[in-house]
Design a protein around this ligand. Structure first.
Ligand code: F6R
Length: 650
């Protein structure tokens, strides 16, 4: 949510900032701007709309500055207009600031600053920051102006007055060899080059230049100069910090011949599901012959050999997390919330533990009463979603200091092991989906599901709620999924591209599912509305007759997920109810199923798998349907209007 970049070094800053912003555009794209220090002045260029508008404006300038900051915006305070675009400057245009986050006390600060003669030019919360910093900067005529920490101290004093969650980068025309950055609850990463230093909201902006990075922590600020980077806390104490090496390949963030990142990421799903399974499912565990007993370890280990692994799943979680476990609660937003609903089904049905799934944004202000011996799982692909982080923090706080059985047991499921989530919770289960650039989550969702299968199986194994033979059967089914996904994608890609033509005029869609596939109906509807702007609703199929059926007519296609299992016949009956109201019926069904062929007008067939394993296959055609309808309408599939990839504001 908003992307910030900064550069200081020996190369022209503008090119580096623009390239960085292009890689962060997924975070927000309603306006953009850059500011540099050039010939003793702040040069600020901003444009409404997408980055190419800014690029066009910059082509008309000649700026060789070696220091600058850039921003791509997702509006929170103030409309997406040029005057609200970052960078923002102080009254005399000596200080320029870009921010990702929200300054919650900006109204009071703004009123005070106005009373002291500061002139404001935007409706944003951010604009208070350069004015505040300017207040703390020494006058050029005073000896303090020459003090080596003058700029750093001014920023430090200013950030100590800000409330909220923010990451900021600041330049000042009077200190042309310094770039100052600060972080409080919003991501900010430093990049270390040879005689040049970078900062960015996320690593894709840094990987073309360096793999040596350092994540700033909350309450830290840093001074970057061409000679080095120094990190301080908000109290002004210098901290010793060491960069880490990113094991990233810049190719991961290229489209590699696909028209959109979303399509590329859909096609990466067989590979990432395989990787995730390989990470967590033991290759040498076997259920043994004795069904009903726990798995049988190697009876005759050779002396000196590593003992054979006796658990089917290796998540790396300490045993204490599972001890006397009575409840699981899962906190998430959006697509991650849908994955969590599948997780609930799996944990309850396989491991028999009562599980609640809560919208993090609701839970943080109205938490359920405390339950004993509860595992709390935060699910967020980005690891930066403000609501999810705040809900987890609140849960940790309200349990700390209580009796043993109420102690917090926190786990995070994320695709970004270096994210803020990883700093907040002691245990992370990584999803290994690789970088996802398309704003609509696809491969991160599917790998979240894989993690939930692993977690539910691990719990089932530890609590002996399933016989090992059944665990082995489910694992064998999971291992088939990557090739089955490949089959679905290869068979349906062109079919769905063609089919998309039929929905040129469609304005509403209904998605139905039951049981473990109800969340997939929700996800299918969310994907479609996000990228195509078509109104779409997901319902549990049995609920349709209680109201939504009133929406149905020949113009409203109904997509039903009907996979053989406990609710198959029920879903087919619910689909018939829709057909009787003239709705066009699209079925996500098993291949070669005569009953499905009779019921549905359009079949999106997937390989026959047991119901428990069907969500991962069922979501594939729904992702492709959403993608092709949106692409055919000529929409910006990777950066849909009003959305952002990582929602770091409340
Ligand atoms: C949907 C989508 C959003 C996110 C939601 C939570 O395609 O991407 O609904 O799922 O904003 O994001 P994370 O998982 O990063 O917490």
């Amino acid at each position: 949510m908003c992307g910030i970049v900064g550069y200081i070094g020996t190369q022209p800053a503008t090119d580096i900032l623009m390239a960085g912003l292009e890689r962060l555009e997924y975070r927000g794209y309603d306006s953009a701007g850059i500011a540099t220090v050039w010939e003793g002045e702040i040069q600020c260029v901003r444009a409404k709309g997408k980055l190419y508008n800014l690029r066009e404006k910059l082509e008309r300038t000649d700026n060789q500055a070696r220091l600058g900051i850039g921003h791509t915006r997702w509006a929170t305070h103030g409309k997406p207009e040029e005057y609200n675009a970052h960078p923002h400057t102080d009254t005399h245009q000596r200080v320029a600031v870009v921010q990702n986050g929200i300054v919650e006390n900006y109204r009071e600060l703004r009123e005070d600053l106005k009373k002291r003669g500061h002139e404001f030019r935007s409706d944003t919360d951010t604009e208070v920051i350069p004015h505040l910093i300017a207040e703390f900067l020494p006058e050029p005529s005073t000896p303090d102006f020459q003090h080596p920490n003058a700029f750093l101290d001014a920023v430090r004093q200013a950030v100590n007055q800000l409330h909220g969650a923010f990451a900021i980068a600041i330049i000042c025309a009077d200190y042309p060899d310094e770039l100052i950055v600060a972080r409080q609850q919003a991501p900010l990463i430093l990049g270390f080059g040879q005689g040049e230093f970078f900062c960015a909201s996320d690593t894709p902006a840094l990987v073309p230049h360096t793999h040596a990075v350092l994540n700033l922590e909350n309450g830290e600020l840093a001074r970057l100069t061409p000679l080095g980077a120094e990190v301080y806390n908000f109290a002004g104490e210098r901290l010793r910090k060491f960069p880490r090496t990113l094991n990233w390949n810049p190719v991961q963030v290229e489209k590699q011949g696909f028209r959109h990142f979303m399509l590329k990421e859909i096609f990466e799903q067989p590979g990432v599901v395989r990787t995730c399974l390989e990470a967590y499912v033991s290759s040498d565990w076997s259920a043994g012959e004795n069904d009903g007993s726990s798995a049988i370890p190697d009876q005759n280990p050779v002396a000196g050999d590593t003992p054979s692994i006796t658990t089917p799943i290796q998540l790396g979680l300490p045993e204490s997390l599972y001890e006397n476990l009575e409840h699981v609660q899962i906190l998430a937003c959006g697509t991650s919330w849908h994955a969590s609903l599948v997780g609930k089904y799996l944990i309850e049905q396989l491991a028999g533990i009562p599980t609640m799934v809560q919208y993090a944004s609701e839970f943080r202000y109205a938490p359920s009463p405390l339950t004993r011996n509860t595992l709390t799982i935060g699910v967020t692909q980005s690891g930066e979603t403000a609501d999810t982080l705040a809900a987890l923090e609140m849960e940790k706080r309200r349990r700390t200091g209580l009796g043993q059985e109420y102690q917090p047991r926190l786990v995070g499921i994320t695709n970004r092991s270096e994210s803020s989530l990883a700093h907040l919770v002691p245990h992370i289960i990584e999803t290994f989906a690789g970088m996802e650039i398309g704003v609509a989550a696809t491969k991160t969702f599917v790998t979240q599901l894989v993690v939930f299968y692993c977690l539910a199986l691990d719990l089932a194994y530890q609590r002996q709620t399933l016989p090992p033979s059944r665990i082995a059967e489910i694992i064998a089914g999971l291992r088939q999924l990557p090739s089955q996904i490949e089959l679905v994608l290869s068979r349906q890609e062109h079919y769905l591209e063609e089919l998309a033509h039929e929905f040129d005029e469609t304005q509403d869609f209904i998605f139905l599912g039951r049981g473990i596939n109800f969340p997939i109906a929700l996800e299918g509807a969310l994907k479609l509305k996000e990228v195509s702007y078509i109104h779409a609703e997901g319902y549990p199929a049995g609920e349709m007759k209680h109201g939504p059926i009133a929406l149905l007519d020949a113009k409203v296609p109904v997509v039903a997920i009907a996979m053989p299992g406990t609710v198959y016949e029920k879903v087919l009956s619910n689909a018939q109810e829709a057909k009787a109201r003239d709705a066009r019926l699209i079925g996500v069904t098993p291949m070669h199923d005569p009953e499905a062929a009779q019921t549905f007008d359009i079949l999106l067939s997937v390989p026959v798998v047991e119901e428990l394993l069907s969500p991962i296959l069922a979501v594939m055609p729904l992702q492709l349907l959403a993608y092709h309808i949106a692409a055919r309408r000529g929409l910006d599939v990777d950066q849909p209007r009003n959305l952002a990839k990582s929602v770091t504001v409340e």
